[in-house]
Design a protein around this ligand. Sequence first.
Ligand code: ZN
Length: 272
Amino acid sequence: MVYVVWGVAVVVLVGTDKQGGNCKFFWGSTFHVSTIPRMQSSSNTILQTLHPTPTNALSLICMHRYFIKTPWIAKKIFFNYIWSLPATGRDIYLSFDDGPHPEITPWVLDLLAQYEAKASFFCIGNNVALYPEVYKRITNEGHAVGNHTYHHLNGWKTSEAAYIGDVKQAAQLIDSKLFRPPYGKIRSRQAKNLVNVLGEDARVVMWDVLSGDFDRAFTSQQCYENVIRNIAPGSIVVFHDSEKAFPHLKIVLPRVLEFLKEANYSMKKIDL
Ligand SMILES: [Zn+2]
């Protein structure tokens, strides 16, 4: 039964890739794919797991068109991308997209320093041009940086040449072989051509867990639970140092850091 469900999910996932992300059912939900291990006993269990409260389950599925926890099958299909890192010890990899921002990024950096945490910042080239001092502070404090294009382009809606040109423009300001495609949307040919811009060891870094901090359909409590219920050693977790995400981030990040500290996690930068 589990395999049938995920077979359907994969078909939709692949179909979505071709159709531009408009699937209304399986592509995206908060039914926490982390529940896969708990979905193995019976279809009854599956229903209970997917629908903890019948009244809100459908609305959750309809509201969010992405997975909070990346399905293992997606990791298998797109095996060339980095989704998580080897689970040695209790290392965890927090990442922040869309900065630098003149106020929010320094706030994040202060908080990380307080917890002796390192993280990875996937920066938009245009924001680095606007706030070079903030970018410099990220690197000076020992965090990793990655390229997130210059204009935050959607790879599915951008020609190969324009996409690679934009990554190249960002690479003039961001010294990194790490690349995270905005929205997680990149065509395989675009990904292959990254080496022409970022070098032979260019790596596409995706994620294992999305906090959902950018999504107003979540409460801050739900964003917090999205993280703490789905992480495991080696997880790459996504937050955003952006104005859109800050209403959630300012509540969720301190709580997540406190949780990770209590749970003896080591917060590290992505170092490939
Ligand atoms: Zn982004």
